[in-house]
Design a protein. Structure first.
Length: 356
């Protein structure tokens, strides 16, 4: 088989340069010191990794002293509950829903306090952005999912509103310049655009720390993580190291502006192929189609699995749609080569010719 391309939604492909650095880093150093996965998080070698990681994150997000950047574990799923426990205690949290992950975030927020939907596009199967309804009185924040990984719906910009904004940016983190500094809170798992699973980046506006109620379990109080430089317990050291290498790689390819242009160009090419086809389709409105995750469907649903299998045989992996939606899905994260997208486009045209 010639080259394999990995379109997995996460854990996802790493940039080749990062994969190579990682395999080197897993060996003992030339002077016999342990590999990066085997050193104390309290020692000077790891401290240098941690410092550079936070500094680069701050630089790419363009955030200053008004924000804390935390490096946590538990994935976005833990943030679904952790965020409302900390920032909506005794108040109401508002959620706008554009797909599966927003629904999950709202359901979790309801388990720990009061939370309401203030706009949902469920009635049209999450194919557009909903209009925002009136926010409840005493609203703690408005939560939105920047990019719905399964339904392929992306907010071009954060919604405009009067209350603090909280964003699940898991599947679009660092894929383009973004107004991070305007957000009160944001979170993203690393396993899509920032390396490997085990690390969750949280951005929190400092003044909000004062609103956290006392008496929470210490692990679940963001202030514990601020006070300990994100080392309240043993961090996922290897995930931090890989994230640092990814950030260095982002710099080496021209930064977020360059990635934005490249990501937009090839997503456009894929959507154009799908739209021009009588066989493949994507139901999402033009103005909110995801640049990162492109779900698409065969005209004859019975051919979905045949297409996934034929794609795998052609070296195009990870194209099976999420079980919640079916169909196929191509995740076009930062690490995906242009070649991969061109190969996918050729494959889709060929499959249509042979099977339609
Ligand atoms: C937008 C979004 N939110 C949340 C999650 C859940 O992430 P985790 O598995 O890190 O908890 C995902 C995972 O794919 C996601 O894409």
């Amino acid at each position: 088989m010639s080259r394999v391309h990995n379109f997995s939604a996460g854990p996802a492909a790493l940039p080749r340069a990062v994969r190579e650095r990682l395999s080197e880093a897993l060996k003992p150093t030339p002077d016999g010191q342990p590999s990066v996965a085997e050193i104390s998080h309290r020692g000077p070698r790891f401290a240098a990794i941690a410092d550079e990681l936070v500094e680069r994150l701050r630089h790419l997000m363009q955030v200053g002293d008004e924000h804390e950047v935390l490096l946590l574990q538990g994935g976005a799923n833990l943030q679904f509950a952790w965020l409302p426990m900390n920032l909506a205690a005794g108040r109401v949290a508002a959620y706008t829903l554009t797909g599966h992950w927003g629904e999950k975030a709202l359901a979790e927020a309801r388990r720990v306090g009061q939370a309401v939907s203030v706009g949902s596009s469920e009635a049209c199967s999450f194919t557009r952005l909903p209009a925002l309804e009136a926010l409840p009185p005493d609203c703690a924040y408005l939560h939105y999912t920047g990019n719905e990984t399964i339904h392929g719906v992306q907010h071009p910009l954060p919604p405009a509103c009067e209350v603090p904004l909280a964003a699940d940016l898991s599947s679009e983190f660092l894929s383009r310049p973004y107004p991070y500094a305007d957000l009160a809170f944001a979170y993203a798992g690393a396993q899509k655009n920032l390396g490997i699973a085990g690390l969750t980046v949280v951005l929190i506006r400092r003044d909000l720390l004062e609103t956290i109620p006392d008496g929470l379990p210490k692990y679940l109080d963001y202030r514990s993580w601020v006070a300990s430089d994100s080392m309240f317990n043993t961090p996922a050291t290897l995930s931090w190291y890989v994230a640092l290498e990814v950030l260095r790689w982002i710099d080496s390819v021209g930064g977020l502006g360059a990635l934005e242009q490249r990501n937009a160009r090839r997503a456009r090419r894929l959507y154009q192929t799908i739209d021009a086809s009588d066989f493949w389709s994507n139901p999402v409105d033009d103005d909110c189609r995801s640049v990162m995750n492109v779900p698409f469907f065969a005209a004859d649903e019975r051919l979905t699995m045949a297409a996934v299998e034929a794609a795998e045989a052609a070296g195009l992996l990870g194209l099976k749609g999420h079980r919640a939606l079916g169909g196929l899905r191509a995740s076009l994260y930062n690490a995906i080569d242009d070649d991969a997208v061109e190969s996918l486009i050729d494959f889709l045209k060929d499959f249509e010719r042979r099977r339609a």
